[in-house]
Design a protein around this ligand. Structure first.
Ligand SMILES: O=C(O)C(=O)Cc1ccc(O)cc1
Ligand SMILES: [Fe+2]
Length: 442
């Protein structure tokens, strides 16, 4: 029996310069800083937009930050993840609700889930062979208590904090100073981001099955078929001229009846999806391999932020300074693309101006009475340039009009624009401009 998850609570970033990332999240991505935890040894800042919550943790000790081979090896893809003592070297860094990862580069390293019973999840997962970085631990203040523990994922430096806040009456977590609602700036309605849509992992070649089995066995994740004709073993393969990518997706259900495996019809709605990306052999430099190289290990490559209005969100963010990838011009002039965009109710000019990609999913089993336009489901996506100094982590805006998967056309367009970006950077660095000296892509 797996440990069932109630819902995603927050995602943690570990960075060397919290002010830089905090500034970007607030001024560019329109998140609100709503809680802080500042101690002598730690700096944790929590940001919210709709139900999407990020905690930014600042790495305190900067010595030895260069990519150190020992750390790389510790965090490299490991079918038998290492134990507590070996990773948790620096106990002086008190990173509440997380382990204290001393990762050499900025990274998104923890996806925290709410569970019904942390002790029970801990014993279930430990019996299944899981490694815990933090055993069940209770933190309390005058509003009640929260119990959490931290488990190491099979993927690189990724950890999962499992948290039970049912005995807590406060609005966030004990230990954090919450900024009163009245003191928060008014929400920016031009960016209607409501939640995390998906989290995409980059993994080494041929490791997808191992990752999927781990999440299935331990947390009851189930396969989500990106395409209706997707091969069970092969996944969704995008192998087209210059693109060579294998994608596989998993989902879990928001479930409050812990310990009971409900048949899927009785389950609640699915929560954030997890996508695993690996590159296919025999390619040149590409975004997946570049992630592995610059991040130093498998991990979280991007997060899809769901928006109810991608055009307005893109415009507001671009105006605030967010840099997005633009697909090659040919994307919008391809035969039939303008018509496809118009049929979806969008303006080809507006999408082109903002670099927004649109994919159409032809519904395989439409209800008999559906009209031809109802058979078409659309997916709109837009990808930012990397947020950190390395070409690793980026954000995505995604608006779904009925489409639940990921679009092949969009993936190809993204792949090509990243390819062009990497080639430009190579030219730039040959021209004596080292990207490492820049703050980041944003
Ligand atoms: O299309 C999406 O949003 C995905 O998440 C799939 C994906 C995964 C990895 C890539 O490098 C590119 C695309
Ligand atoms: Fe994505």
């Amino acid at each position: 029996m797996a440990a069932l998850l109630n819902r995603l609570h927050h995602i943690s970033l570990h960075v060397s310069n919290a002010d830089k990332v905090a500034g970007d999240l607030v001024s560019k991505f329109k998140f609100s800083l709503f809680a802080t935890r500042l101690t002598d040894t730690s700096r944790q800042l929590a940001f919210r937009k709709g139900a999407a919550v990020f905690i930014v943790n600042e790495r305190q000790n900067q010595c030895g930050v260069s990519l150190n081979e020992e750390l790389r090896l510790t965090y490299a893809f490991d079918p038998h993840p290492v134990n507590v003592g070996k990773n948790d070297r620096d106990n002086s860094i008190q990173c509440l609700y997380d382990a204290s990862p001393h990762y050499p580069v900025d990274s998104v390293s923890n996806v925290c889930f709410e569970v019904e019973d942390v002790e029970r999840s801990f014993s279930t997962l430990r019996n299944l062979g899981c490694n815990f970085l933090v055993p069940p631990t209770t933190v309390q203040d005058e509003r009640g208590a929260v119990t959490y523990s931290v488990v190491k994922s099979i993927v690189g430096n990724v950890c999962h904090t499992l948290i039970d806040r049912t005995k807590y009456k406060g609005s966030f977590l004990p230990g954090f100073d919450v900024i009163e609602k009245d003191c928060l700036p008014e929400e920016d309605l031009s960016c209607p981001i409501t939640h995390f849509d998906h989290i995409t992992y980059v993994c080494p070649k041929k490791s997808t099955h191992q990752v999927m089995s781990w999440y299935e066995k331990l947390f009851g994740f189930q396969r989500f078929f990106i395409k209706s004709d997707e091969d069970v073993d092969e996944g969704f393969v995008v192998n087209h001229k210059d693109v060579g990518l294998r994608l596989t997706a998993m989902e879990y259900w928001k479930c409050s009846e812990a310990g009971i495996t409900l048949p899927s019809v009785d389950r609640k709605e699915p929560d954030c999806k997890f996508v695993i990306a690996e590159s296919l052999p025999g390619q040149g430099k590409n975004q997946v391999d570049t992630f592995l190289e610059q991040h130093g290990a498998p991990g979280i490559q991007h997060i899809g932020l769901y928006t109810k209005d991608i055009v307005s969100s893109a415009q507001a963010m671009a105006h605030a300074g967010v840099q997005f990838f633009s697909p090659p011009d040919a994307y919008y002039t391809e035969v039939g693309k303008q018509q496809e965009i118009e049929e979806a109710g969008h303006s080809p000019q507006l999408l082109a101006q903002n670099g927004i990609l649109l994919d159409t999913d032809l519904c395989q089993d439409p209800l008999p009475q559906t009209t031809s336009s109802e058979k078409k489901r659309h997916l709109l996506q837009l990808f930012t340039k990397p947020l950190f100094a390395e070409d690793t982590f980026f954000l995505e805006l995604i608006e779904r009009r009925g489409a639940t998967g990921f679009g092949e056309g969009n993936i190809r367009a993204l792949w090509r624009s990243v390819q062009a970006h990497m080639e430009n950077q190579t030219v730039d660095s040959q021209g004596e401009r080292s990207k490492k000296t820049m703050q980041s892509g944003q």
